[in-house]
Design a protein around this ligand. Structure first.
Ligand SMILES: CC(C)(COP(=O)(O)OP(=O)(O)OC[C@H]1O[C@@H](n2cnc3c(N)ncnc32)[C@H](O)[C@@H]1OP(=O)(O)O)[C@@H](O)C(=O)NCCC(=O)NCCS
Length: 187
């Protein structure tokens, strides 16, 4: 199943009780805004794959990426908008192989000004719901050991640590850190 047709979108709600926020499907014409937003996220958080300043993709690359994801057999890309701008991205996708089609990997990132307001939980709930409508057996994610906010959120939503990849990623200071694989099983 491709895209977001299986879940109710867009959805609008009061974020942290104040700001109005809308979560909708990502579109190819978000590419330009994302090229500005993503480097900002990488500079704000040490817990993302890209190091600060590393992201060098242009609008066309981003457009192609969004288009490819939209045409994959099981994938979803979301954005959250508040105050007229994109403030978060989230997505999930299954590998192309039939042997792995029963699970999907998810990821999400939120601008710092919008942390701790319940947006991560909203996005996770939508991704989990999407997986349910795709009849997935499980969802999983990778998180850097030490990212307590993210790990706390995932645990509270029923994800458990299944594996630890030792010295898997380089921290901003050059030391190595472990990556945790956390999974959620549909009943
Ligand atoms: C991690 C991230 C997605 C969480 O989203 P968020 O909107 O800030 O989190 P929410 O407000 O929805 O959820 C908060 C939940 O996380 C947990 N949490 C929050 N801060 C925590 C902390 N310091 N320690 C442990 N758990 C924490 C709690 O379970 C909390 O739920 P509660 O408020 O009901 O008690 C977001 O902060 C973010 O994008 N961070 C930077 C990039 C990143 O780390 N992405 C994830 C990579 S795997």
């Amino acid at each position: 199943m491709t895209g977001t047709s299986s879940i109710e979108l867009p959805t609008t709600f009061a974020l942290g009780g104040t700001d109005e926020c809308t979560i909708r499907a990502m579109r190819e014409d978000d590419a330009s805004e994302l090229c500005t937003l993503l480097p900002k996220m990488h500079a704000e958080s040490q817990w993302l794959n890209y190091m600060p300043g590393e992201f060098d993709k242009d609008e066309q690359w981003e457009r192609n990426f969004i288009h490819e994801q939209q045409t994959k057999h099981a994938s979803i890309l979301l954005v959250a908008e508040a105050k007229g701008a994109i403030v978060a991205i989230a997505g999930a996708g299954s590998p192309e192989f039939k042997r792995y089609a029963h699970h999907a990997e998810l990821g999400l990132s939120i601008l710092k000004d919008f942390w701790g307001k319940g947006l991560g939980r909203k996005l996770m709930n939508l991704l989990i719901e999407w997986g349910r409508t795709c009849n997935l057996h499980k969802m999983y994610l990778k998180v850097f050991d030490g990212n307590e906010r993210a790990i706390g959120l995932y645990r509270s939503m029923g994800f458990n640590v299944e594996a630890r990849l030792k010295d898997d990623f380089a921290k901003n200071d050059g030391n190595y850190g472990d990556t945790l694989i956390m999974s959620f099983y549909y009943k």
